[in-house]
Design a protein around this ligand. Sequence first.
Ligand code: GLA
Length: 386
Amino acid sequence: MSALDSAATAGFAKRFAGEPDGLWSAPGRVNLIGEHTDYNDGFVLPFAIDRRTVIALAARSDRLMRVASSFSDEIVEVSLDGLTPDMLAGWSAYPLGVAWALGEFGAPLSTVAGFDVYIVSDVPIGAGLSSSAAIESAIAVALNDVWGLGFDRRTLARVGQLAENRAVGAPTGIMDQSASLLGEKDSAVFLDCRTLESEVVPLGFDAAGLELLIIDTKVSHEHSTGGYASRRASCELGARLLGVDSLRDLGVVDLARAAELLDDETFRRVRHVITENQRVLDTVRTLRESGPSAIGALLDASHTSMRDDFEISVPELDLAVVAARGAGAVGARMTGGGFGGAAIALTPHELIPAVTAAVRSAFADAGFGAPDTFVVRAADGAGREG
Ligand code: GLA
C-alpha cells in the first residue's frame, strides 16, 4: 500500500467511522504539446504523471452522498434525489459534479445507492497539472465500478469534462480527463479531440537520458473566469468567419486567407491553433523517428506561439523557459491553460541540478517568488487500487 493509499483509508475511517469498499486512484497530467487545441477539435499529446489522487469510497444504503477530503475540514452532504449541477459549489463540485454527469450519460441516478468518499491527493493544486481532472477521473472510475455502469474510458473522460463545464463552470476541453484515464507508463496519449481516438506513444525519455522538469511558477490561474473563455470565444469567432465547424478543419495552407479575412488579434489566435496542431503531429512523428532529444525546437516554438500569438503566458513562465534553455534544457514551454501555472523543461538527467539552480536564481534576480521544481514521470491512468 502506498502512503497515499494508507492516508485515504485512515482518513475515511476517521471521518466516517467505517471501512471503505475499496480504493481508486487517478493521476494528474502534464501536456507535452498541443495547447488550446482540444476545444478546437484538434490534437493533444499529454501524459499522466506520477502524482495521484486516491479516493476511499463505500456505498451507503440510502441516497445520500457524503464527501470529505484531506484539504478541507467539512463533510459535504448532498442527496442524489433532485441532484443538479447548480446546487454544487466549491471543491465538492468536482466529485459530486461527476455523479450528476454520469446521470447525463445514462446512469440510473434515480435508483443507485449513495456513498461516502474521502479524497487525498499529491497532485499540486493550481500548478496546471490537472488536480481537478484527477479527482473527477478517480470518482468516475469508482462510481463506474460501484454502480456497475460499464462505461468505457472515453465516455468517462466526457463525463469528467461535463462535470467541469457544468458543475465547476470552467469551459475546458477533453484533454485533462483523457490523459488521466488513458495514460500509460513511460508513454504519452496522442488524442484526436474530434474523434476521441487515441494512441499511446512511447516517450523514450529514460533511454535518451532525459527528464521532464516541472517549474511551478506559483502564479495562480483560474479557468472558470476571464482569459481562458475569451480565447475560446476568439477561436470560435475565427472558425465562423472562415466558414468551418472548428479550427481543426484548417491547416497552414489556410493562413494566408485567414490573414486577409480576420482582424489582427483573431488571426493570431487562429494561427496559434493551426500551427500548434501541426506541431503535435510533428512531435509524434519526431518521437517515433528520432526520439525525444529531437523535439526541443517544437517545444520552444509552441511556447513562442503561446506567448506572442495566443498571449496566455506571463513573465514568470517566459523567464522559466529562457532560464531553463540557457542552462541546457533541450526544449521548454509553458504547459496547460496559461495565465500562470507551470512550465516544462525537457532536460538531460545530469543537468537537472544546473537547470533548477538557473531558474531559481533568475527568479530571485527578477524579484519573483521562488518557484517549485520537480521531475515527473509518465504513469498509468486511473484504476482500482485495492
Ligand atoms: C486546460 C483545460 C484543457 C486545455 C488546456 C489548454 O488545462 O482544462 O482542456 O484546454 O487548458 O491546452
